[in-house]
Design a protein. Structure first.
Lengths: 110, 567
């Protein structure tokens, strides 16, 4: 009888402690997952910030390129450094004109 | 049970005496056991409570509470604004992150010392204002917005605890003055206040908005502004403006106004420089109105083929004598009236067509309303209230009506593109996109105007604009400025409208000079043929190859055979 009573008490203790342990285990697991999620989230924020920073760098570089390529600056460089001028139409010719010109020169040489 | 045996086998006293010590011992043991049990139970209860507390706390922390993630500088908190690019995707306006300096006056220990320190690194600030801000009762005051990286570093090195930085976007125009009047500018909080920035403010402010592609071609814009700048200096003009239009689509390829400004420093610019003269300045634009009168005559059918008008005879309307700048000794046909820019000739044509027909045509050409485009900077015209004969005559040669250069350029484009009025647009049109237009004149009338304007360049006042190989059409316009109700003979507004190529008109260039002067080699003339026409030719020479217009081998001289005229 005493043995049976002890067994019941032991079972009831196991029945109480085991769910508690499972519950605590689940909580710990949940906490760990949550901690990992937060860490991942923090990493996402960091990456997003880094992305925004890189985008900003690209923006700055694009603006710098646009500034360096601005026609006003290129014109000044072309005129001052290379001595270039806008091409007047008298100095350009169509392919047809060039062919005629060439044919005339060849004819003249003969 | 023990008590029963005691009572049955011994005397009560003996049994009692014999049994007392063992009972005492048992009671003591029981007592200790009970106490121990109580302690154990209490310990267990305390332990259980502690465990419960621990578990509940763990549950609270892990399940209910979400700790804040540290975000050092969330990019999405900074206001963004989409880029503006030209029709080829070239960047015209963008937003960059900058640092703005603020202070918390509550943390200021010594306002004078702090002011001195700040001024030592930011000398452009007013010390009095800085000190006033540092001694205010507020918890946040701006010291300087949009610092350069170097300025930020210098302020940072001061190590003043009351100072802080806030990330703020700044609108940047990397091309400087180029297309400044078209692009406009924003205020310090990035709200569009002028130009495209204002017109497309909502679209530009949307999150992750795509860049706005303008109809402007940066190369054409530069060529136009550059030539206008050269001309303004050479002709000592007060101001200049110009427009380049695609007359098939209504796209504004370039729109320039001088003097201009740098939109990166829009606040430091004179209001006069910020005025977009191409779309806001009203002028009596003079003889560039005459192609409209030619179109009116054809639309109204008031000219017979080969007819010549008596332009050599004096013309007086309501006591006002209509005069011509160029002496005329014989009657002229319609083409010559335009080529020699005869005021009498177009007055006679307009009077024949009548005021109603003239007003109707001007309305169809949009000259009675502000130009219907996206930009808010579009001035409404000044039109006479009463349309008398003298009004008909003066309007026929561009006086008595004040419009913007863009308005007249759009109206003339309608006469040259087959007769359709297309509202100008500053946004790039997609291929196949429906174009809003209405018929202003018939295609036959349009062809007459095209022929007549070609004749002006080959045989008339527009010869100085001729560009070899690009079949230019054009018309000069010289108008006296109306000063205090009187026309000033020496203060002129000169204009030239050029369109090309003659075989398939596609582009229109409109040039305006405000009070140009005669120069060496102009024989004392300051009329349009000596300034605006030359600039228009120079612009066409530069932009035609850029726009892909094929050069023709020879300039084919137009022979006006359809509607008569002297040669």
């Amino acid at each position: 009888m005493r043995y049976a009573h002890a067994t019941i008490v032991r079972r009831s203790r196991v029945g109480l402690i085991a769910p508690m342990l499972i519950f605590v285990g689940l909580l710990v697991a949940l906490y760990a997952i949550k901690a990992q999620t937060l860490e991942a989230k923090s990493r996402v924020y960091t990456l997003e910030r880094s992305l925004a920073h890189e985008r900003q760098v690209v923006q700055i570089l694009s603006a710098e390129i646009a500034h360096l390529e601005s026609p006003e600056r290129l014109r000044a460089l072309a005129v001052d450094q290379l001595g270039l001028q806008p091409t007047p139409t008298q100095r350009t010719m169509t392919l047809k004109q060039a062919t005629q010109e060439l044919a005339q020169k060849v004819e003249g040489q003969r | 049970m023990n008590n029963t045996s005691i009572l049955s086998g011994m005397s009560t006293k003996d049994a009692f005496l014999e049994s007392v010590p063992s009972l005492n011992v048992q009671d003591e043991e029981q007592k200790f056991i009970r106490q121990a049990r109580v302690r154990i139970v209490m310990g267990m209860v305390i332990f259980a409570l502690f465990l419960l507390l621990l578990i509940s706390r763990l549950a609270e922390v892990s399940l209910l509470r979400t700790p804040k993630v540290f975000t050092p500088m969330a990019a999405n908190q900074v206001k963004t604004r989409a880029d503006i690019v030209d029709r080829n995707g070239e960047l015209l306006a963008t937003s960059l992150e900058t640092y703005s300096l603020y202070a918390d006056p509550r943390k200021v220990w010594d306002a004078v010392a702090s002011t001195e320190a700040i001024i030592s690194v930011l000398p452009d600030l007013d010390p009095a204002i800085v000190e006033e801000r540092l001694t205010s009762k507020k918890s946040f005051v701006w010291i300087k917005r949009n610092l350069t990286p170097k300025e930020r570093q210098l302020v940072f090195s001061l190590g003043l605890p009351e100072l802080g930085f806030q990330v703020e976007p700044k609108r940047v125009y990397p091309r400087g003055n180029l297309a400044a009047h078209v692009l406009g500018f924003t205020d310090i909080d990035l709200n569009g206040t002028a130009g495209v920035e204002r017109a497309f403010d909502k679209r530009l402010s949307e999150k992750n908005a795509a860049p706005i592609k303008l109809s402007i071609d940066m190369r054409v814009q530069f060529a136009l502004a550059d030539e206008l700048g050269v001309g303004m200096e050479k002709y000592a003009a007060l101001a200049a403006s110009g427009v380049v239009l695609n007359i098939k689509t209504g796209e504004i390829l370039a729109m320039a106004s001088l003097p201009d400004f740098n939109p990166n420093q829009s606040g430091a610019t004179l209001p006069n420089n910020r005025l977009n003269r191409a779309s806001m300045q009203l002028y009596e634009l003079g003889s560039t109105f005459k192609p409209i009168t030619i179109a009116l005559a054809h639309e109204a059918g008031v000219v017979k083929d080969g007819e010549k008008l008596p332009v050599h005879k004096p013309l007086v309307i309501q006591t006002k004598s209509i005069k011509d700048d160029h002496p005329v000794y014989e009657p002229m046909g319609v083409d010559d009236i335009l080529a020699k820019s005869s005021n009498r000739g177009v007055s006679l044509l307009a009077l024949r067509a009548g005021g109603d027909a003239q007003q109707d045509l001007l309305k169809r050409l949009g000259l009675f309303d502000r130009v219907p485009m996206e930009l808010k900077e579009s001035a409404a015209p000044l039109v006479a209230r009463e349309w008398q004969d003298i009004t008909i005559a003066t309007v026929s040669y561009g006086h008595g009506i004040s419009v913007t250069p863009l308005a007249l350029a759009t109206a003339l484009a309608a006469l040259l593109n087959g007769g359709n009025y297309i509202a100008p647009t500053i946004e790039k049109q997609k291929i196949g996109q429906a174009i809003k237009s209405h018929r202003a004149v018939s295609s036959e009338t349009s062809q007459h105007v095209v022929d007549s304007m070609r004749y002006v360049v080959t045989n008339g006042t527009g010869r100085n604009a001729a560009v070899e190989g690009y079949e230019l059409m054009g018309k000069t316009g010289t108008a006296e400025k109306l000063i205090n109700g009187e026309y000033a003979r020496k203060r002129l507004v000169t204009t030239f409208v050029a369109a090309f190529p003659y075989s398939d008109p596609h582009y229109l260039v409109f040039i305006v000079y405000d009070e140009p002067k005669a120069y060496e080699g102009s024989w004392g003339y300051a009329t349009a043929g000596w300034n605006a026409a030359i600039t228009a030719g120079a612009v066409v020479e530069r932009i035609a190859p850029v726009l892909g217009v094929r050069k023709t081998v020879k300039m084919a001289a137009h022979k006006p055979a359809k509607i008569g005229g002297s040669q």
